[in-house]
Ligand binder design. Structure first.
Ligand code: NAD
Ligand code: ZN
Ligand code: ZN
Length: 351
């Protein structure tokens, strides 16, 4: 009889996720099974679980869906032909799985793969069974990065909460020299890493905006030079810091209509506006909508090389995930805390 394991699954659309028993995966040729060491809780999961059934299905998803797109584990079983890793290696999962051979994938930018969905390839936790389980199946050694001696619980969220802001920030580095101003909207899982990455990589003055006093306090603790309530008063506050000409770059880790509107008013001519949060907001593009020559981007996750770089930054002690640990079986409670906005940094589940 097949062995079973515990997993946190989204079982019924509109209902909270549940702990269930499912078959333990085995590794086919070229595949790897990890014994999960940690899995991070992302706001995107909540977004997915808030979708009406038609939209959820139209996105290519079906229930039951094992959650967990931020994952780490120990190599437990190697499929035939896998020589890149050894049993017992501690690894992080690169989540945005692509086809592996298109113009984007060969550059390691698998998150941009235009063919994955059509080929039935989905990220673990976003279609393929994810890391909120005792074991997880990895389709290729290409999708693993060694964690070395890094603690997996402390570092699992590098795979999304740090990788995603890193990918966004890297595209604005040339604009963020000393004397520049960067605004981070939303100091949650992604935002608190974005602040640290800006501090580690640039000379910019970092302004954090959030609606929660506790998150503003966290923002200051992890390196924001200023932290203000996220409302229209922030426009004058940022203008004062930025010499009256707006921010060189704005990173919106909320993406709600209120925050994209605010972001559009904060960005200076030739500045960059990154809408990272998937809160359903949209900014009109056209003359008069923002300052002249503004770049507006909607970055998605990050590349394989960028994950290696982010893990290197953690190894150098330049970035550190703030997290609250939960048992896998307490996963539903972690999502309640995420929803309430009462988490400090990331929630990390440990089987
Ligand atoms: P989180 O819940 O940890 O953090 C969200 C933060 O935003 C909280 O601190 C909250 O207080 C704050 N906030 C809420 N409303 C606000 C407002 N009006 N103004 C300012 N701050 C506000 O969420 P997270 O896991 O960090 O994810 C952030 C967003 O990024 C989500 O929308 C998520 O789905 C999205 N996301 C996008 C990508 C991508 O590739 N583009 C990847 C991961 C997550
Ligand atoms: Zn995510
Ligand atoms: Zn591809």
């Amino acid at each position: 009889m097949a062995q079973t394991m515990k997993a946190l699954q989204y079982v019924t659309v509109g209902q909270p996720p549940q702990i269930v028993d499912v078959p333990k995966p085995t590794a086919g040729p070229g595949q790897i099974v990890l014994k999960v060491t940690a899995a991070g809780v992302c706001h995107s999961d909540e977004f997915i679980m808030s979708l009406p059934e038609e939209v959820f299905n139209a996105m290519g998803w079906n229930t039951p869906m094992t959650l967990g797109h931020e994952g780490a584990g120990i190599v437990h079983e190697l499929g035939e032909g896998v020589t890149e890793f050894s049993l017992g290696d501690s690894v992080a999962i690169y989540g945005p799985w692509g086809c592996g051979t298109c113009n984007y994938c060969v550059q390691g930018k698998e998150m941009l793969c235009p063919f994955a969905a059509g080929m039935g390839i989905q990220p673990p936790g976003l279609g393929a069974p994810g890391a909120m389980a005792e074991y997880v199946l990895i389709d290729s050694p290409r999708h693993l990065v060694s964690l070395g001696s890094l603690d997996p619980v402390q570092n699992v969220s590098l795979t999304d909460a740090a990788l995603t802001p890193y990918h966004a920030i890297k595209n604005s580095l040339a604009k963020l020299g000393a004397g520049s101003t960067a605004v981070v909207i939303g100091a949650g899982g992604l935002g608190h890493m974005g602040i640290q990455l800006l501090a580690a990589l640039t000379g910019t003055t970092i302004v954090a905006l959030d609606v929660s006093e506790a998150k503003l306090e966290l923002a200051r603790e992890v390196g924001a030079h200023y932290a203000f309530q996220s409302n229209d008063d922030a426009i004058a506050q940022v203008q004062k810091i930025a010499g009256g000409i707006g921010a060189n770059a704005v990173f919106d880790f909320v993406g709600a209509q209120a925050t994209v509107d605010l972001a559009g008013k904060l960005v200076r001519p030739e500045g960059d506006l990154h809408i990272v949060g998937i809160g359903g907001g949209a900014l009109p593009v056209g003359f008069g909508a923002t300052a002249y020559d503004v770049n507006i981007r909607t970055p998605y996750w990050g590349s394989r090389l960028e994950l290696i770089e982010v893990i290197e930054l953690a190894q150098q002690g330049k970035i550190k995930v703030e997290y609250e640990q939960f048992a896998l079986t307490d996963g539903p409670e972690a999502y309640v805390r995420l929803h309430k906005g009462s988490l400090r940094g990331r929630a990390v589940l440990v089987p």
